[in-house]
Design a protein around this ligand. Structure first.
Ligand SMILES: [Zn+2]
Length: 126
């Protein structure tokens, strides 16, 4: 089984605040068909995503969560994550961090972390 694409998951993570906004709009304007439909669709997407997020959290805590490296497609272990970011460790590229910002929604960034493999990066605490 191929691990899921890291890039795809970062994009999905960036989309989540947008879904929350859609649901919120549905609560604010409960009489509008458009906002009701919007919040219905958003919850239909968000609920399975939350379930998947929960499963991924469990896998992450067991060190069994893998993604495909966005640079070389190698199987990379997820090494950590926070509310707004996720780190994977690629066997060839090293540590890669993916971040999705809180606002505006739909912004995301993937970058390689400079680690001790580089040319003497200063300020690395042991
Ligand atoms: Zn890689």
């Amino acid at each position: 089984m191929k691990p899921p694409s890291f890039k795809l998951w970062i994009k999905i993570g960036a989309l989540v605040p947008l879904l929350f906004i859609c649901i919120f709009v549905g609560f604010v304007f409960p009489d509008s068909t458009v906002s009701k439909g919007l919040s219905f669709v958003a919850s239909a997407i968000l609920i399975p995503l939350c379930l998947m997020g929960g499963i991924m959290g469990v896998l992450l805590s067991m060190n069994r969560l893998f993604f495909r490296c966005p640079f070389c497609s190698a199987k990379s272990r997820a090494i950590g994550g926070g509310g707004r970011c996720l780190w994977i460790e690629c066997p060839t590229c090293g540590v890669i961090s993916g971040t999705f910002s809180r606002f505006p929604p739909l912004t995301w960034r993937i970058e390689k972390e400079t680690d001790q493999g580089g040319d003497g990066e200063a300020g690395e605490d042991v």
